[in-house]
Write a protein that binds this ligand. Structure first.
Ligand code: ADP
Ligand code: VHF
Length: 372
């Protein structure tokens, strides 16, 4: 019994190029139809799913009649732009057949490294999920060069899992899971059922990509599991053509390799925030707000803010202080310092009228707040 998916409410599913394009023979309608049917069943169970799908370059090469993968980055980018059309079209129609809405989201490394864009991408994805629309994500290959490329979508899958605070990441590939060595090269390779994500020995087991279509191989999947575990998500690596793989995993069946996160989700995310983000400013809150944060674990609303100190942008980490100046905690601000000064002491329904737009009703959402 493997509980990784059984207990997961929010799931990121990543499928690799070789699966999606049937080893480069073109977008595999049947396979995508199969996953979409399963995704629809998962949403029926009340789960939220985000798809990360590769295959744009492989599909674009086929459409352009290119037999071998070009070396030039701009040619790869052109192929991705061509192929992404087919990919998006296929997901859209297969998800629609299942009664599910879909949305295309193309992201780059720079988008997720920038705090403001990170928050924007997060809000967009969470809004799509709220509306029961299934986001289909790929790397925005057109605008990235080699140095800033994820290159493989395993890394992107993990970053998306961090971004939406997923409970689980499922990486579907062309192998049954992780083996002690590349099974294409070593017939004695042993299957690994389960391990703790981030265990150093795992990295030594993984080799590069097995086909000419896939990019990262197993090493990027192992590192993706480690990264996903950083925000508390466990990972399953499984064969994408295993019948009903997602449904069976969700029912608790042990399929593939489970790479388990050792820290709980909230604790991991909050630690990540403290470790990665620099503090830029502070707000002093009134006694009522201090009580709500401390005792009830509530979000910080602008109405409870008495004073805004320093200069910060949306997405920066700021300190929250009580009326005596003692630090209550730290969190990601949804508004800049200039905006925060304008909306301080005001009820959230007035934010729109004061600023001309309303991003969120909270100055700091409780999910983005670490209390002392
Ligand atoms: N230890 C390992 N266990 C399983 N597969 C491995 C291992 N090391 C390398 N591989 C190779 O990784 C390949 C999967 O990665 P990749 O080709 O990038 O697929 P995808 O397109 O699904 O990301 C497998 O086909 C396999 O040959
Ligand atoms: N963005 C690229 C994905 C890169 C890639 O090949 O990833 P993967 O097959 O997951 O190792 C594409 O859609 O072709």
């Amino acid at each position: 019994m493997n509980a990784v998916l059984r207990d997961a409410r929010r799931i990121v599913v990543k499928v690799g190029s070789s699966l999606v394009t049937n080893e480069g023979r073109g977008v595999d309608a049947e396979a995508i139809g199969n996953w979409c049917r399963q995704l629809a069943a998962l949403t029926q169970q009340g789960r939220e799913v985000v798809m990360v799908s590769s295959g744009a370059i492989a599909e674009g090469m086929k459409r352009l009649g290119w037999a071998s993968r070009p070396k030039e980055v701009h040619e790869l980018q052109a192929a991705a732009a061509v192929g992404q059309m087919g990919l998006a079209q296929m997901y859209e129609s297969k998800l629609r057949e299942q009664g599910l809405g879909s949305a295309q989201v193309l992201l780059t490394h720079a988008d997720l490294a920038d705090r403001e864009r990170y928050l924007n991408a997060r809000s967009t994805l969470l809004t799509l999920l709220q509306h029961r629309v299934l986001p289909v994500i790929n790397e925005n290959d057109t605008v990235v060069n080699d140095e800033i490329k994820f290159g493989d979508n395993d890394t992107l899958g993990a970053l998306v899992a961090n971004l939406v605070e997923a409970d689980a990441l499922v990486i579907l590939t062309d192998q049954k899971g992780l083996y002690s060595a590349d099974p294409r090269k070593d017939p004695d390779a042993r299957f690994i059922d389960e391990a703790i994500a981030g265990t150093p020995e795992l990295e030594a087991m993984a080799g590069g990509a097995g086909s000419s279509i896939g990019r990262g191989g197993m090493i990027t999947k192992i590192l993706a599991a480690k990264r996903a575990a950083g925000s508390g998500a466990s990972t399953v690596i499984a064969w994408g053509r295993e019948p009903d793989v997602l449904l069976r995993l969700a029912a608790g069946e042990s399929i593939g390799t489970a790479l388990l996160a050792s820290t709980a989700k909230q604790a991991a995310r909050k630690q990540w925030m403290l470790d990665h983000l620099q503090m830029r400013g502070a707000v002093i809150v009134d006694a009522g707000a201090a009580l709500k944060l401390r005792e009830e674990g509530k979000s910080l609303l602008p109405i409870g803010v008495r004073e805004v100190q320093g200069e910060f942008h949306r997405g920066d980490v700021i300190a929250v202080r009580d009326p005596a100046g003692a630090e209550l905690g730290r969190g990601l601000s949804n508004y800049s310092s200039a905006e925060a000064r304008l909306i301080a002491r005001k009820p959230s329904f007035e934010i729109g009228a004061v600023l001309g737009y309303a991003a969120e009703p909270e100055l700091i959402h409780r999910d983005n707040l670490v209390l002392r």
